[in-house]
Design a protein around this ligand. Structure first.
Ligand code: NAD
Length: 488
């Protein structure tokens, strides 16, 4: 199979690669603005067929109880993706604009490798556990707790880390015994479509167990939240869309799992290595042009050292030029689309309108007329009430905010509708104390890395509901059944 040559991707429904009833739509290379090719455009009837296929596969086959089959299929998928790694890498760089260096981690190789965690978890999981003998209401009873698949899962995903997010749903949901429909973002349809091609050619997944439906119509994805045949929606994307998914899902009381936006804080305590911490905060914001939900985009520094911090952040970010994601040296590639670039520019303009200033960057690079590039930017002179301090920008933009001590730093970090992640740099005991007060799902203390297959990831407050990855992420896709048997 050649993943790269003359691509015109198909839908994957009920075990077959099929054309979309809505024709096709274009997918664009964000670094060059060239049309790469087309993807199948599903309409509502295609989505309904996919949901029906997943329902039948769940209700009428032994998929949900045949752990050996599920583990084998997931391992086959991992091996087949690894065998096609270099083609997938080129495709990912072209469609996502992902810098090449990130494809050896979270943009490609990491999530493929992490499929092993899902398979291993299913293989070793205690599907039934003994709650023991009791006499509730005086009746002698033996109790067993059984964990079972939820049923049909609708997975809706964004474009920023498509393999990571697609596979962090596909892996655990299927390992847990569910069947699934994956609806990827219209900006990166091939990242999901290629999964269907690999599954069709290289794995034993039974028909209907996994269905992949690409569409440029958000309404087609919304059917997953509305259709009563779907038991659960697993969504990653913006908080506004998450709200719509939750609202639509409420009608049929679906289980809803949400990974949403963030506006995370990087707190530098007054005893930290200021220059080193600010350089790290700045570098993180430039990675993949800031298109990561958990990136710490508010740098919260001691007021007495504010100017020094701004200078250190600008020295790092100003030195990072956005560039060709194909280059091994590029850290900051393009953002995904002209729409996204213009949205970021709107935020930059708002910073100036509110009295802020750019310590570096501030707009499109002068020398790059083609491609959706934005200069890495440090915004200074604003507090936590500014629009750029409160709203998710999803670009390479860092806002530096002054704090008046540890309590104030915690107050600022928590003064956000979001609660996804955070970082604290400083003396270890003080940093730990601050970390424990942050209302967020993951914290990096002095450079620790929270991203790992076995580590739960997710948000407090409007950053989400539930956890992805780790055993907690696997258990999101399970129901709990208590079986009480009369003791004789
Ligand atoms: P988005 O919310 O616009 O779209 C995400 C997905 O939802 C797409 O597949 C889209 O087609 C679909 N969609 C849109 N409207 C829908 C509706 N009414 N019903 C059902 N599906 C609908 O997000 P985006 O712009 O693609 O991605 C960027 C956002 O994703 C950012 O806010 C970012 O923080 C968030 N994100 C969060 C995480 C996390 O784990 N917390 C990870 C990555 C991205």
């Amino acid at each position: 199979m050649s993943i790269l040559a003359d691509r015109e991707s198909r839908l994957f429904i009920d075990g077959k690669l099929v054309a979309g009833s809505g024709g096709t739509f274009e997918t664009v290379n964000p670094a060059t603005e060239e049309v790469l090719g087309v993807a199948a455009n599903a309409d509502e009837a295609d989505m309904s067929e996919a949901i029906g296929a997943a329902r039948t596969a769940f209700d009428d086959t032994d998929w949900s109880t045949n752990t050996e089959l599920r583990v084998r299929c997931l391992r086959q998928l991992r091996e087949a993706m690894q065998a096609n790694l270099e083609d997938l890498r080129e495709l990912t760089i072209n469609e996502v604009g992902a810098p090449r260096m990130l494809t050896s981690g979270a943009q490609l190789e990491g999530p493929i490798d992490d499929l092993a965690f899902s398979a291993d978890t299913a293989e070793n999981y205690a599907w039934r556990s003994d709650l023991g003998y009791a006499t509730p209401q005086g009746i002698p009873t033996n109790r067993v707790v059984a964990r079972e698949a939820v049923g049909v899962v609708g997975a809706i995903t964004p474009w920023n880390f498509p393999h990571q997010i697609n596979l962090a749903k596909v892996g655990p949901a299927l390992a847990a015994g569910n069947t699934l429909i994956l609806k990827p973002a219209p900006d990166t349809p091939w990242m999901a479509a290629v999964l269907g091609e690999i599954i069709a050619e290289h794995t034993d997944f039974p028909a209907g167990v996994i269905n992949i439906v690409t569409s440029d119509d958000h309404g087609v994805g919304a059917l997953l939240s509305k259709d009563p045949r779907v038991d659960m929606v697993s969504f990653t994307g913006s908080t506004n869309t998450g709200r719509a998914v939750m609202t639509d899902s409420a009608v049929t009381i679906k289980k809803v799992f949400l990974e949403l936006g963030g506006k995370s804080a990087f707190i530098v305590l007054d005893d930290a290595d200021l220059g080193g911490a600010c350089a790290m905060a700045a570098f993180t914001v430039a990675m993949h042009a800031g298109q990561g939900c958990a990136i710490t985009t508010r740098l919260v520094v001691p007021r007495a050292k504010y100017d020094e911090a701004v200078e250190a952040a600008a020295a790092t970010l100003g030195g990072i030029k956005p560039g060709d994601p194909n280059s091994k040296r590029t850290v900051c590639g393009p953002v995904i689309s002209a729409r996204q670039r213009d949205r970021i520019q709107g935020y930059l303009d708002s910073a100036i309108a509110e009295g802020g200033r750019f310590a570096c960057g501030g707009g499109r690079p002068d020398d790059m007329e083609t491609g959706f590039f934005i200069e890495p930017t440090v915004i200074a002179g604003l507090d936590n009430s500014a629009k750029v301090s409160r709203e998710e920008i999803f670009g390479p933009v860092l806002t530096v905010i002054a704090h008046d001590g540890d309590d104030d730093a915690v107050r600022i970090a928590n003064d956000s509708p979001y609660g996804l992640s955070g970082t604290v740099f400083g003396d270890d005991d003080r940093a730990q104390a601050v970390a424990s007060r942050l209302r967020v799902g993951t914290v990096n203390v002095n450079g620790g890395v929270w991203y790992s297959a076995d580590a739960p990831f997710g948000g407090y407050k409007q950053s989400g509901v539930g956890r992805e990855m780790g055993v907690a992420g696997f258990e999101e896709y399970l129901e709990t059944k208590l079986i009480a048997t009369i003791a004789t």
